[in-house]
Design a protein around this ligand. Structure first.
Ligand code: FAD
Ligand code: DHB
Length: 394
């Protein structure tokens, strides 16, 4: 079998790329290790930048998002019992974000994929990439006990941090940058109304907390926890109790609790692999980089990688130009590093780092006092949170 672009991974990056290529008449096959239900069951991102919203519209999958998603014009930062609102709209000349869950987005993309009639092979095992250094790569995999080969022009590695794509690049041509944080996020999803209309990022003496949401009746909360913490040790009641302790009086009063629909712990990491291209293989999304979730950038970076990559393939197939393909890695990385920088900084500002010693705590206190009382600092947070323009610095 043969296709133009073989896409590894049916997460948001792979599905969105498949859809954009389909719209441009470029044949593609998606190969995914898991079953659809598994992919949909992972509760992850919740905040989309305008750039991502525009791209979903371009892909023709934005309809339900505009109907059911919540447009947010600001968010709050809570520190020492006081809330400080970051008025994104006012500080950025009108920009906003969209609260719409990654699971919903993935569902919309899966439906569009099905309607396109292009193949998605779920539950493929032993996925392996071959001859990626040259111009005639192929992908091998097993499906329902049979082995298959798929020849293609290009391979898009959209298979996340633990995927096979990045691991297939020879070690000597790739450079990896990594920082692992000494804590994780314990997340809880519940069918309860959110504690506030807007998101609240909390720096409390007991550690970071985030009050997020999926809809007016569904909440998503996170707590900073030590990496040694195990999910079995967190009953719903223990979670709610700890969240209350990290909130302010108003939050404690308004918090409505209920049974969890999902609870999980995610480690925090900053990671970039350079370059994002090797021969005919292109990495996009979490396959090439990870941010700690604090800035809500992961899914948005995956979307912009996919925008650059789909444009590159379209230019190649429609005009025979290699320009987009040859500049893909560099263009993506320029944007990625700025989001990495912001995510690392916002994580450092809002979490507890007791092991860094007393002077670090004082630095953090001074920085919070500065940031929360300086309009220039608030503007910088807002500008990064809504997402830098696509042509920033060009
Ligand atoms: P993934 O979603 O990881 O998809 C990769 C796919 O590839 C998976 O389906 C996987 O099964 C498949 N795969 C893996 N290996 C193979 C293989 N060998 N062969 C075939 N298929 C394979 N981002 C934001 O922008 N905003 C947020 O608010 C936000 N919050 C987050 C909160 C949490 C708790 C977490 C964990 C993440 C959050 N993120 C957020 C990050 C965001 O979820 C990811 O950046 C996003 O999922 C990346 O999409 P992706 O398609 O690149 O990778
Ligand atoms: C969510 C996750 C984030 O990392 C964030 O910054 C905002 C919202 C969420 O899952 O809702």
């Amino acid at each position: 079998k043969r296709t133009q672009v073989a896409i590894i991974g049916a997460g948001p990056a792979g599905l969105l790329l498949g859809q954009l290529l389909y719209k441009a008449g470029i044949d593609n096959v998606i190969i995914e290790r898991q079953a659809p239900a598994y992919v949909l069951g992972r509760i992850r991102a919740g905040v989309l930048e305008q750039v991502s919203v525009d791209l979903l519209d371009e892909a023709g999958v934005g309809e339900r998002m505009h109907r059911e998603g919540l447009v947010h014009e600001g968010f709050e930062m809570l520190w020492e019992g006081r809330r400080h609102r970051i008025d994104m709209k006012q500080l950025t000349g009108g920009k906003k974000v969209m609260v719409y869950g990654q699971t919903e987005l993935t569902r919309d993309l899966m439906e569009a994929r099905q309607a396109s009639g292009l193949p998605t092979i779920y539950e493929a095992s032993d996925v392996a990439l071959h001859d990626i250094a040259g111009t005639h790569p192929h992908v091998s995999f097993a499906y329902q006990g049979q082995s298959h080969q798929l020849a293609c022009d290009f391979i898009a590695g959209c298979d996340g941090f633990h995927g096979v794509s990045r691991a297939s690049i020879p070690r000597n041509v790739i450079r990896e940058y990594e920082k692992v944080y000494p804590f994780g996020w314990l997340g809880l999803l519940s069918d309860t109304p959110p504690v506030s209309d807007e998101l609240i990022y909390v720096n409390s003496p007991r550690g970071f907390a985030l009050c997020s949401q999926r809809s007016r009746t569904r909440s998503r909360y996170y707590l900073q926890v030590p990496l040694t913490e195990r999910i079995e040790n967190w009953s719903d009641e223990a979670f709610w109790q700890e969240l209350r302790l990290r909130l302010d009086d108003e939050g404690r009063e308004r918090l409505i609790t209920g049974p969890s629909l999902e609870k999980s712990i995610a480690p925090l990491r900053s990671f970039v692999s350079e370059p994002l291209r090797f021969g005919s293989l292109f990495l996009a999304g979490d396959a090439g980089h990870i941010v700690p979730p604090t800035g809500a950038k992961g899914l948005n970076l995956a979307a912009t990688d996919v925008k650059y990559l789909s444009n590159a393939f379209i230019e190649y197939y429609q005009q025979g130009s290699l320009e987009g393909i040859d500049t893909y890695s560099e263009r993506c990385l320029r944007r990625i590093w700025k989001a990495e920088r912001f995510s690392w900084w916002f994580t450092s500002l809002m979490h507890s780092f007791p092991e860094d010693g007393p002077i670090s705590s004082r630095f953090q206190e001074a920085e919070l006092e500065y940031v929360l009382h300086s309009e220039a600092a608030a503007r910088s947070i807002a500008e990064n949170y809504v997402g830098l323009p696509l042509d920033f610095g060009e």
